[in-house]
Design a protein around this ligand. Structure first.
Ligand code: SF4
Length: 309
């Protein structure tokens, strides 16, 4: 008798926003059902805050809230370890520690977790990492390999289309603001989306520094910092170099307290000149009123600078 396939839970946080197309397509190719935690709300955030230590960054707290929301709803919750993409291309250490941390925090829940190890310095690339899940998923390595290839193709096509759509936005009229942020912050409906929604309602075209040809961005990032070692920060730096002359202002949007952003935002404010810039740090207490007031003032500054106020 064929072994029943497991149901996989995906926490709607952190790496979900980078890998959701790849993961969903991979599991779909293998005929595996996926359940995603609901969009962030106050309760998910509060549950995450209860589970985390105070010093954890807001994104990590949120991730724990999403893991908690999936407990008991699936056979495995996917929490991979993504360490690096090669020399000088590291992820923030929170992504290395995540599987151990999650297992430890929820050790008495009875929930099972599924993890893979992406560590190119140890010759474990993305394909090998996902194929390593085959035994737990009840498929062969050959089937997992085939599913990975199809999923990667889907991911690349979708990402390319998103970048092209953003390039199209540059051709429009009106104020354009570039937001430099991690995808899991800017896309989260309870956090970053309050910022982008406000700007769009005010008639601003919002662009994202992280939505850029990633290989090109890594090269371009060296213009602002030849030594930055974090992969996502390098992509954002490269995105700023790519878009800065085509936008009216830049918002640096971070989660409190983010180690990489504390350093990288300092580099950006020192090295990108002649562009209105706003630094916003979101924490668990951020109310939308304060956020809206600051955004309103920032738009006024841009209009004033351009003689439109
Ligand atoms: S990069 Fe910053 S926000 Fe993201 S996980 Fe690391 S500390 Fe948290």
């Amino acid at each position: 008798m064929e072994k029943e396939k497991p149901v996989i839970g995906l926490p709607r946080a952190m790496l979900y926003y980078r890998y959701r197309v790849l993961w969903r397509a991979f599991f779909q190719e293998l005929g595996i059902e996926v359940v995603v935690s609901p969009p962030t709300d106050r309760e998910i955030l509060e549950r995450g805050m209860e589970a985390a230590i105070d010093e954890a960054c807001l994104s990590l707290k949120l991730c724990l809230g999403h893991v908690r929301a999936l407990i008991g709803r699936c056979d495995y919750i996917l929490v991979p370890r993504v360490s690096n993409f090669g020399h000088h291309r590291s992820m923030c250490t929170r992504f290395e520690a995540l599987p151990d941390l999650v297992r430890n925090v929820f050790r008495s829940s009875g929930q099972e977790f599924l993890s893979y190890d992406l560590d190119e310095l140890q010759k474990k690339d993305e394909e090998a990492a996902l194929v390593s899940l085959a035994p737990a998923l009840g498929c062969t390595a050959k089937e997992a390999k085939r599913a990975y290839k199809a999923a990667k193709k889907a991911e690349q096509a979708q990402y390319k289309a998103r970048v092209q759509r953003q390039e199209q936005l540059l051709k429009g009229e009106g104020i354009k603001i570039l937001i430099a942020a991690h995808s899991y912050l800017i896309e989260d409906p309870y956090l970053g989306r309050t910022v982008t929604d406000y700007l769009e309602q005010a008639g601003v075209t919002v662009l994202r520094a992280d939505l850029v040809d990633r290989d090109q961005a890594l090269k371009k990032s060296r213009e602002l910092s030849p030594t930055c070692k974090w992969e996502i920060s390098q992509e954002i730096l490269g995105g700023i170099v790519h878009y800065r002359d085509q936008v009216d202002g830049i918002i640096l949007l971070s989660a409190f307290p983010c180690g990489p952003d504390a350093m990288v935002n300092e580099i950006i404010t020192r090295r990108v000149k002649g562009k209105p810039m706003l630094t916003m740090v979101l924490d668990s207490q951020s109310g939308t009123a304060g956020v809206e007031t600051r955004l309103e003032s920032f738009i006024d500054i841009i209009r004033l600078k351009e003689g439109k106020l």
